[in-house]
Unconditional design. Structure first.
Length: 488
């Protein structure tokens, strides 16, 4: 019996070691130091942090959160504000951008394969996503040695494991980078993310480091002010001259540059404190570190485009209609803006003296956004069967409105529909109809009236069909803007 037990143990060890050799496993190095090493104690600590975290933010699905990386006893409560916001959301890839506290290098280092282990379990590296960004530029490279002894990635993992399921990670550590390199890294990430809505970026950084409690508050306010403005260039230079402080500051610069690439302009501060306030040791001469939790609103739907991108699309729409009415041909457009070249659905609406003159759109993201806008603008002018074609002479009196759509999301019932926020597609027995989000606002309808009119007058089915489980309901949001806004 004894020898059977020994043989069993040897077999287990053989398979365990074989698995270790088959892939690179990053074992925890800071368990029991930055956070509890006992599973039950760690789990309860994070649960307590999450229970106490509350926020009035309207951000529902962040693309980026900024989170501190100190010991949980100091910064864990602040970190919980960001993690509570993403709890149970459908993120499949989490890019964790940390900073190096021990090694000097240029560019961004990636942990290229295998998995990270904590007492709460194993998290695999997203090899497919990593392959899209690694080795494409000499400044972005794989080097597992950079992660040895580094805590900025590791301390984020237990929080992620408590609030998300079924996700993999892309571990990245930023070294010393020029602004140009930060922008290159952001561009690679933006191209790899594309239209995906299931990617989260976690920026791992603390703020002020020093011996003056009052100075900590002043410096952090300045640093966070730059972050709120989404001014990654000014943040970069302020970090260089140390008027702003953040030990993971370049990671934040990369993330905010990424936000700019994706057309995201909204950052909210969820919580801010420092170690002096946490410990109650607020006298001068005591080492103080600042902590903040922030969320950056996601792309898709309201607030997706920058003012410049909106102006560009409105110009494309008007010039496309003008050239087509004059020549019967489409104008040739060359567009390099990353967001405008992504595949998205859009509607173009033409209004004349506050009355509808044409409206055509595409719910399917089949081509680049700027080309969709061009095609839908022309169709709204000459192809809407409800109206005669727009004449060249009346074009000057027409105002153009564009609705850029988020991807469709199927819902189980009308309870998921929020009037004024969601557009709705209804589908049953081969018939379908759609209302844009602004229809509810313009008509003043109740939800019942909105959905009944959608079924009866747009889809040509029974008015109450939306109540039937056999009817499919899809919701989406829209970033709606018009030429009228620029004239007011």
């Amino acid at each position: 019996m004894f020898f059977r037990i020994i043989l069993f143990i040897q077999v287990v060890i053989f398979f365990f070691c074989s698995n270790c050799l088959a892939s690179s496993v990053k074992w925890p190095e800071h368990s029991g130091d930055f956070y509890p090493s006992a599973k039950e104690k760690l789990s309860k600590m994070i649960d307590d942090f999450l229970d106490r975290a509350s926020s009035s933010t309207e951000i529902e699905h962040p693309v980026i959160i900024i989170s501190p990386h100190a010991g949980y006893g100091f910064s864990g409560q602040t970190a919980a504000f960001g993690y509570k916001l993403i709890k149970n959301k459908n993120y499949k890839t989490v890019i964790i951008i940390g900073t190096s506290h021990h090694k000097l290098f240029d560019g961004a280092a990636l942990y290229g394969t295998g998995s990270f282990i904590t007492i709460l379990g194993q998290v695999n590296v997203d090899k497919e996503f990593l392959a899209d960004i690694a080795n494409k530029d000499s400044e972005v490279f794989e080097d597992a040695s950079v992660f040895s002894g580094e805590h900025s990635i590791e301390v984020q993992l237990p929080f992620l494991q408590k609030v998300l399921t079924g996700f993999s990670i892309v571990p990245m550590i930023i070294g010393d980078c020029s602004l140009e390199t930060c922008e290159k890294i952001a561009h690679l990430l933006a191209k790899a993310i594309g239209q995906r809505k299931d990617v989260l970026v976690v920026v791992s950084t603390d703020l002020y480091h020093g011996y003056d409690f009052q100075e900590a508050d002043t410096v952090d306010s300045f640093t966070l002010g730059l972050m709120k403005k989404m001014d990654y260039r000014q943040l970069y230079y302020a970090l260089r001259d140390e008027t702003a402080q953040a030990c993971g500051g370049l990671a934040a610069v990369v993330a905010l540059s990424l936000a700019n690439e994706l057309g995201i302009q909204r950052l909210e501060l969820l919580n801010h404190t420092n170690s002096a306030l946490v410990t109650g040791k607020m006298e001068k001469g005591v080492w103080t570190v600042g902590y903040a939790s922030c969320a950056v609103a996601g792309q898709g739907g309201e607030g997706m485009l920058t003012p410049e991108q909106k102006r560009k699309l409105l110009k494309i729409a008007r010039e496309s209609i003008l050239v087509y009415l004059k020549t019967g041909k489409k104008i040739q457009i060359n567009e390099s803006d990353l967001l405008l070249t992504q595949k998205m659905g859009a509607f173009v609406t033409l209004n004349q003296q506050n009355g509808l003159r044409g409206c055509i759109g595409s719910l399917v993201a089949s081509q680049s956004l700027y080309l969709t806008v061009q095609d839908m603008a022309i169709e709204a002018a000459v192809g809407d069967p409800r109206f005669s074609p727009v004449s060249l002479s009346e074009l000057k009196d027409i105002q153009i409105e564009i609705s850029v759509l988020s991807p469709m999301e199927k819902v189980n019932s009308a309870e998921n529909v929020e009037l004024g926020k969601h557009g709705v597609l209804v589908r049953r027995n081969g018939r379908s109809g759609v209302f844009l989000p602004q229809v509810a606002t313009e008509t003043g309808w109740s939800k019942d009236e909105f959905l009944s009119n959608l079924c009866a007058h747009k889809a040509g089915i029974a008015a109450n069909a939306w109540k039937d489980r056999g009817t499919e309901l899809y919701i989406f949001t829209a970033d709606v803007f018009s030429e009228k806004e620029g004239k007011e």
